[in-house]
Design a protein around this ligand. Structure first.
Ligand code: PGA
Length: 254
C-alpha cells in the first residue's frame, strides 16, 4: 500500500517568521513519524526558504497556488521556476478560497498544465458549496472536475495528478460538521467515475483522491478508513504541531 498523503495548508499563517520558525522546529522533532507518510507543508511564500531548511529530512514543500505561466515578467507573481528553485514538489490549485476571489475553472486548467510542464504535481481542489436532495452537487462536481482538467488527458498526467475533494460547506467548521464517512465514500466513487471518463479506468485508478474540510485528530480514522481516500488536506489543525502529529499517527494506524 502506498503511504498516506498529508498536506498541511497553512494559508496565511503563522503571522510572523518567528512563529513559523517555532512551528517548523516543533514539526522537525517528529522526523521518524512523518517519514511514514507523504507529508507536504504548504506555507505562505514568505516562509518557503525557512521551511525548506527545516523540513528537508521528513517532508516536501508545497505551494498554495501556482502562477499560470513561466514565461515573461509578472510583477507580484511567484512563477513555477521560482517555486522549483525552492524545491516545491506539489502545488495546491483551485482552492475554494481562491475560486471565491474569481479563479475560474479555465484559469485552474491553465495552472494545472503549467504545473505539469514545470514538473510540479498539481493538487486540484474541487468541492460544492451546497448539497441538494436531487443530487445537483454531483453534476456540479463532474463539471468542475472536467473543466479544471480541460486539456489534461494523457496517461502520464494522470500518474502525477492528485485531487482534493473539499466541500466548501465543510471548510473551517468543527470536526463534527465535516462530511460523513458514508457521503465521502459515495463521493469518492463518483469522482473516480468522472476521472475514468477523462483518463480511462486504468489511469484513473492511479489518481489519489484526498479529503479536506474540518479535519482534526478526532475524525481522521472515520474519514480515512474504508472511504477510498488516500490522504488529507488539512488547514487549521496543521498549524498546531501536536494536532498535526496526532493526525499523522491516526492516518498511519487506520
Ligand atoms: P480546514 O481547512 O481544515 O481549516 O477546514 C481545509 C482547507 O481549506 O484546505
Amino acid at each position: 500500500m502506498a503511504k498516506p498523503i498529508l498536506v498541511a495548508n497553512w494559508k496565511n499563517n503563522p503571522k510572523s517568521p518567528e512563529e513559523a520558525a517555532e512551528l517548523l522546529s516543533a514539526l522537525s522533532r517528529k522526523v521518524l513519524l512523518y517519514k511514514k507518510l507523504n507529508l507536504f507543508i504548504a506555507p505562505p511564500y514568505t516562509y518557503l526558504g525557512e521551511a525548506r531548511r527545516k523540513i528537508a529530512k521528513f517532508a516536501n514543500l508545497a505551494s498554495q497556488d501556482i502562477f499560470f505561466s513561466s514565461e515573461g515578467v509578472h510583477t507580484g507573481s511567484v512563477t513555477p521556476d521560482v517555486l522549483k528553485s525552492f524545491g516545491v514538489k506539489l502545488a495546491i490549485i483551485g482552492h475554494s478560497e481562491r475560486r471565491i476571489l474569481g479563479e475560474t475553472n479555465e484559469v485552474v486548467a491553465k495552472k494545472v498544465k503549467t504545473a505539469f510542464a514545470s514538473g510540479i504535481v498539481p493538487l486540484v481542489c474541487i468541492g460544492e458549496s451546497v448539497r441538494d436532495e436531487e443530487g445537483g452537487h454531483l453534476s456540479f462536481i463532474a463539471d468542475q472536475l472536467k473543466l479544471s482538467l480541460e486539456g489534461t488527458r494523457r496517461k502520464e498526467d494522470a500518474e502525477r495528478l492528485v485531487i482534493a475533494y473539499e466541500p466548501v460547506w465543510a471548510i473551517g467548521k468543527r470536526a463534527s460538521e465535516a462530511i460523513t464517512p458514508t457521503d465521502l465514500a459515495e463521493m469518492v466513487i463518483f469522482i473516480k467515475k468522472t476521472l475514468t471518463d477523462i483518463f480511462g479506468r486504468e489511469a484513473a485508478d492511479t489518481i489519489p483522491v484526498l479529503y479536506g474540510g474540518s479535519v482534526d485528530p478526532t475524525n481522521v480514522e472515520s474519514l480515512y478508513k474504508g472511504t477510498g481516500i488516500r490522504g488529507l488536506l488539512v488547514g487549521r489543525a496543521s498549524l498546531d504541531s501536536k494536532q498535526l502529529c496526532e493526525i499523522a499517527e491516526a492516518l498511519i494506524s487506520s
